[in-house]
Design a protein around this ligand. Structure first.
Ligand code: THU
Length: 140
């Protein structure tokens, strides 16, 4: 499934507009492309108990999984003004549970000013992801 980047970027920016971020005022939107061509979006959902905050990327992924998707082809994250933000460490690990290391990830600012996106792969964002199947515990 070849990503339609413009469409994914728009979906991620639209999702960021729906962020619930009264504490940080930092909007994040994520758009996941599934292997069968669907786009599933997420936004950050903050909480008064700060640690309960959900990142946009994990909201998109959990939503996609709950809708029955299991294979993913691309991710766009929209955040920040000039320099785009890349996914946090927890989100990288959670994405690695379902998405291949070769999956392309593009990070764009909230407003399109024509700057090139940060274009990277999940594997480059998180080399040596923790993988319980590759490194099972010893049998006793
Ligand atoms: N946030 C995300 O949604 N994704 C990330 O990868 C990093 C941070 C959110 C969490 C919080 O609502 C706000 O950005 C500031 O940390």
């Amino acid at each position: 499934m070849r990503p339609d980047w413009k469409r994914l970027e728009q979906a991620a920016r639209d999702a960021a507009a729906r962020a619930h971020c009264p504490y940080s005022r930092y909007r994040v939107g994520a758009a996941l492309l599934t292997a069968d061509g669907a786009i599933v979006t997420g936004c950050n959902v903050e909480n008064a108990s700060y640690g309960a905050t959900l990142c946009a990327e994990r909201v998109a992924l959990a939503r996609a999984i709950a809708e029955g998707h299991r294979a993913f082809a691309a991710l766009v994250v929209a955040a920040g003004n000039v320099a785009p933000a890349t996914p946090c460490g927890i989100c990288r690990q959670v994405l690695a549970e379902f998405c291949p290391p070769a999956m392309p990830v593009r990070c764009v600012p909230l407003v399109d000013a024509g700057a090139p996106p940060v274009a990277i792969t999940l594997g480059a964002l998180l080399p040596h992801a923790f993988n319980l199947r590759a490194s099972p515990p010893p049998k006793d």
